[in-house]
Design a protein around this ligand. Structure first.
Ligand SMILES: C[S@@+](CC[C@H](N)C(=O)[O-])C[C@H]1O[C@@H](n2cnc3c(N)ncnc32)[C@H](O)[C@@H]1O
Length: 257
């Protein structure tokens, strides 16, 4: 007999489950017959879950604790991505951001920007419209509403006028969708003007770009980036060896003249 209440609950949690082409994972892959499903097997959706993440600071300070709502329904940015955690850990170890204005691109849940807010910066976390509500929830949940601002910023579009010129730009796990590559490079270039001879190095924004290599096509992003920026790997991160094994690198970008 079908338990209708249970079926409805399962549908809420995983609306695509009847369309899925689930494989029988216990049987021999050569002989496994798939059902008549239309979509491939997937891990269960993450819906409105709360997690807590800790990021170590210097030896004398306690960890930074971030409470995070994660929810994949507004888009892939609604969950915490590996490069975001790497960048959060790096900035947290590097101490105070007091007096800095930070802008994060493609913030998703807002994780990296929230850590920057806990470190004392005035922060703008930005993303596309569907992510703004989860970002606002996460700002409120971490009591950061006075210093962490949420704004819509679509790469390739003009910068919103209310965003202050940043001294630090952060981006994590933003290289994954090929049509967005030129748009992201355009926005980075708009945020970091070409240096002139009269500029002091301290006037130029610092850009920390954490990237996980997934596909060969990612190379095209770096070909485009190379027209506007040079970069170096951040080497003063004690975790580097560990995340390098997962094809994650943390880069510092410098605008070309
Ligand atoms: C893979 S997620 C990474 C999220 C977050 N930085 C992290 O590390 O957890 C990529 C983010 O980029 C955002 N994004 C993708 N294309 C964008 C665009 N054209 N303009 C602005 N944000 C975009 C997505 O909405 C998503 O939040």
């Amino acid at each position: 007999m079908i338990d209708l209440a249970l079926e409805e609950k399962l549908d809420d949690l995983d609306p695509l489950r009847h369309l899925r082409d689930d494989l029988d994972l216990d049987s021999d892959p050569k002989t496994t017959r798939t059902s008549d499903g239309l979509v491939p097997a997937q891990i269960p959706s993450i819906l409105n879950q709360r997690i807590e993440l800790a990021f170590p600071r210097g030896p004398e300070d306690g960890d930074i604790l971030i409470k995070l709502v994660v929810d994949a329904s507004p888009g892939c940015g609604g969950i915490a991505w590996p490069a975001g955690e790497v960048l959060s850990r790096y900035i947290s170890r590097h101490g105070s951001l007091e007096g800095q204005t930070v802008l994060e691109l493609g913030s998703g849940t807002g994780l990296v920007g929230l850590v920057a807010g806990k470190l004392g910066a005035e922060v703008w976390i930005t993303d596309q419209a569907p992510l703004l509500s989860i970002m606002r929830r996460n700002v409120a949940m971490n009591d950061l509403s006075a210093h962490v601002h949420v704004a819509e910023l679509n790469w390739g579009s003009p910068l919103p006028p209310d965003i202050h010129r940043p001294s630090v730009i952060l981006a994590a796990d933003c290289v994954y969708f090929e049509p967005a590559f030129p748009l992201l490079v355009h926005t980075l270039a708009e945020l970091v003007p070409r240096p002139s001879d009269s500029d002091a190095a301290s006037d130029r924004p610092e850009v920390l770009f954490c990237y996980k290599k997934r596909r060969k096509a990612d190379k095209r992003f770096f070909t485009l980036l190379k027209r506007e920026f040079t970069w170096t790997e951040v080497t003063d991160d004690p975790d580097r060896e560990v995340y390098a094994r997962e094809a994650i690198s943390l880069l510092r970008l410098t605008r070309k003249r």
